[in-house]
Design a protein around this ligand. Structure first.
Ligand code: NDP
Length: 318
């Protein structure tokens, strides 16, 4: 019997890559979107898997809809990837952010507990929860210092998962994800905004790209590798939280420079800075130490930051 995976938030970057990976492993995959009738299936289409999965409507913050889908699907594994995903948007819509991330995670935990099914739960956490790490890389024991509504919601979800694991013995865990990119990244995120902007300049459709702050440092990885780590975490009989990161920290300036190099252009001719684009409370420096997942599960990020930028520019999906 094929195992069944339920991917909550299948229409996003990670949902699409994870569905692709699980189908290749022989899973039956059911995905969800808030409205399956009108959802954006473009990523599933790009990966050629739209006809290999079914998509159900599920609003993470609506208990009834979560209960209905989980009981209908009877999954062996549940991947909780949905919710508001933009730090910038979370400053504009903080209630929606909290309800979709923390409320959504709580609903999934409660439904699995209420139905008393043996489903394992992976929940997508965020390295944003650590706040500014300076040059001391964060690991799974580092205290959380969330600095945005998004990070506060992710920190809440993290503790909900940890508490349900301990209190009810559930196989539930959080993958604390550092930034990860691909051509499937939505355009609202700065990395994809840069790639699309440079592409337009190269095509003669634009003169410049405008950014707020180049002196931010992040740990960037390659999304297909990160979705493999999500699956790996649920294969361990001992549920635990893991940081999923590359262990390399790069500045946004270097990311931009590489994008211009990929296009054969000079950044000095086409880059404009605008301080009006700065966020209320952005992190300067985010560094990660993912040695626990390498030691315990044997997972490691292999794609370098230059390869990531080049693949995004070229539109290489894998
Ligand atoms: P995307 O933004 O690509 O996809 C997000 C998904 O969530 C979509 O399927 C969308 O589905 C759904 N969604 C969007 N807004 C809401 C909302 N307000 N309420 C409920 N559902 C919503 O995200 P990724 O695939 O990149 O990320 C997957 C998970 O990993 C997310 O939880 C994200 O926060 C987390 N993460 C991602 C990182 C990254 O670098 N990519 C880094 C750290 C954490 P639909 O519109 O069809 O309902």
């Amino acid at each position: 019997m094929a195992r069944t995976a339920l991917i909550v938030g299948v229409t996003g970057q990670d949902g699409a890559y994870l569905a692709h990976h699980l189908l290749a492993l022989g899973y039956r995959v059911v995905g969800t979107s808030r409205d399956a009738q009108t959802s954006n299936s473009s990523r599933l289409v790009r990966l050629g898997i739209q006809d290999s999965i079914s998509v159900a409507s599920l609003a993470p913050n609506d208990f009834r809809s979560v209960l209905k889908v989980v009981s209908d699907v009877a999954p062996d594994e549940v991947y909780n990837l949905a919710g508001q995903t933009s730090v910038g948007l979370s400053f504009e819509q903080p209630v929606e952010c909290m309800e979709s991330i923390a409320g959504g995670t709580l609903n999934l935990l409660e439904v699995i507990r209420y139905l008393q099914i043996p489903a394992r739960l992976f929940s997508a956490g965020s390295s944003e929860c650590f706040g500014d790490t300076r040059e001391e890389p964060a690991n799974e024991t580092t205290a959380l210092h969330p600095q945005s509504p998004y990070a506060v919601a992710k920190a809440t979800a993290y503790w909900q998962v940890a508490n349900y694991r301990k209190a009810y013995g559930m196989h539930a865990c959080t993958g604390i994800l550092a930034n990860h990119e691909s051509p499937l990244r939505p355009t609202r995120f700065v990395t994809q905004k840069i790639i699309q902007g440079v592409r337009k300049i190269k095509a003669g459709e634009a003169e410049k790209i405008t950014l707020g702050n180049l002196e931010i440092w992040r740990d960037w990885g390659w999304a297909p590798e990160y979705t493999q780590a999500m699956h790996l975490m649920l294969q361990s009989d001992q549920p635990d939280d893991f940081l999923i990161a590359s262990g390399r920290t790069t500045s946004l300036r270097d990311f931009v420079e590489r994008a211009f190099v990929a296009a054969g252009l000079r950044s000095a001719d086409h880059l404009e800075l605008d301080t009006a684009m700065l966020r209320p409370n952005d992190l300067d420096y985010s560094a990660m130490n993912p040695s626990k997942i390498e030691l315990q599960l044997g997972w490691k990020a292999h794609t370098t930051i230059d390869q990531i930028v080049d693949k995004m520019y070229a539109g290489e999906l894998f």
